[in-house]
Write a protein that binds this ligand. Sequence first.
Ligand SMILES: C[S@@+](CC[C@H](N)C(=O)[O-])C[C@H]1O[C@@H](n2cnc3c(N)ncnc32)[C@H](O)[C@@H]1O
Length: 206
Amino acid sequence: MPPPLRDIYDSFAETYEANRGLFDMSEILAPFFAGLGVPKGRLLDLGCGAGEPFPRFFLDRGWEVYGVDFSKKMLHLAAQYAPEMHTICADMLEVAFDPAHFDALTCIYSLFHVPRARHPELFAKFHRWLRPGGKALFTYAAKEYTGEDEFEGFREFMGQNLFYSHTSPAKLRAAIERAGLRVESIALREIGGESFLWVTAERPRA
Ligand SMILES: C[S@@+](CC[C@H](N)C(=O)[O-])C[C@H]1O[C@@H](n2cnc3c(N)ncnc32)[C@H](O)[C@@H]1O
């Protein structure tokens, strides 16, 4: 059995972060930010890592940002790259926030490490934590990455065996909608030679 995921991220935090800047995320960040329709607000980033590039982008625009990650080493780096971010060292499945507290929520390259049986409860929390009209953006694994329509198991990443879990795009859409969110887009994108689904969903206003 490979070591726990948080230990793996602790072990390669520096190398991960050193490579993070190689990929330009502005094509995703800029339209999501513009679609929020508010110049300033509050962002929750789950699996924030070292705070780049999503938390950093929002901080640079005057947003208040809360980052959750269970890797102490990743958060240690976040103190360097995104010192203004409020950080919470915890499993994203365990944290709690007030209802309607956030204007935006991101979960970038991290939800796919959470067992898919727990995704519906996280989507329900996304709905609860976002204000009406607030939006979520997250990365989701698909067969273009794991080779299967639905997958739960281990895949090699940076020389380590990491746990990944996802359901099919159709089941994903249904789970998001069951949580009361409106799916804006589910798009497959290749970035840095890896293809994932990028999902945007809104908490409807009424
Ligand atoms: C691939 S990194 C992505 C980091 C950052 N979001 C980025 O875009 O570079 C995945 C991050 O998610 C964190 N993570 C994975 N599962 C988590 C969980 N259940 N709770 C909190 N953090 C988690 C890891 O510690 C790691 O920092």
